[in-house]
Design a binder for this molecule. Sequence first.
Ligand SMILES: Nc1ncnc2c1ncn2[C@@H]1O[C@H](COP(=O)(O)OP(=O)(O)OP(=O)(O)O)[C@@H](O)[C@H]1O
Length: 245
Amino acid sequence: MTAAISVHDVTVHYGEVLALDHASLDIQAGRVCGLIGMNGSGKSTLFKTIMGLLRPDSGTVRVEGENPAKARKSGVVGYVPQSEDVDWAFPVTVRDVVMTGRYAHMGFTRHARKADHDAVDHALERVELTEYANRQIGQLSGGQKKRAFVARGIAQGATILLLDEPFAGVDKRSEATITRLLRELAGDGATILVSTHDLHALPDLADEAMLLMRRVLMHGEPGLVLQPDNLALAFGLDVMNRGDN
Ligand SMILES: Nc1ncnc2c1ncn2[C@@H]1O[C@H](COP(=O)(O)OP(=O)(O)OP(=O)(O)O)[C@@H](O)[C@H]1O
């Protein structure tokens, strides 16, 4: 079976900095995969490569069998960015943000039609943000902001969803809501790659987990990947000793 996300032997440099070093992974459709790695291990770089925003120095990336930039432009790939990467003061409403998910489906004029408005309404309902639709995006809680971007992916009809630390700065209740939502979307056939530092929540969230340290150190069942010996590989000895302190 062809993987929904396929990264083969990919190397990426930023100038002298080696960010991905012969990284390879395959994720099958309908799976939620948790991406774990310390700061600077290449998680965001991996996302950008899967979205076709960065061209690898070597190696190949396929998204649903397609060139990644082409897949992104056709709306196949939805992205929930890290909070730091968003200008929350920008004067747009929650509805506006979700509507950007429809751009791939609109013509060059970006004129929203009934089908676009209906898709946005449906997506807002699905993430339980209907009552916040006309709020400026910065006036939401951390968890609501993340849900707004998940709604953008739903409105877009994305079948691949990439989430860069969606649980950072999010309360437990929102975390549970987002987890439930991602599980539902995967149940509908979406393929989901989510980076997180919240290791305790991973077994509820993900079907599989991946340890990244410029290359994929391990990829498998969350229970196995989260074994202390394996985490020590990705994070160093501190994680192994954390329970003893
Ligand atoms: N635009 C850039 N120019 C130069 N170096 C970069 C650039 N973006 C990332 N890097 C470097 O590439 C490496 C991987 O960065 P990346 O952002 O992919 O890691 P990350 O795992 O997402 O980190 P974090 O958890 O802190 O977000 C790091 O050493 C980082 O400093």
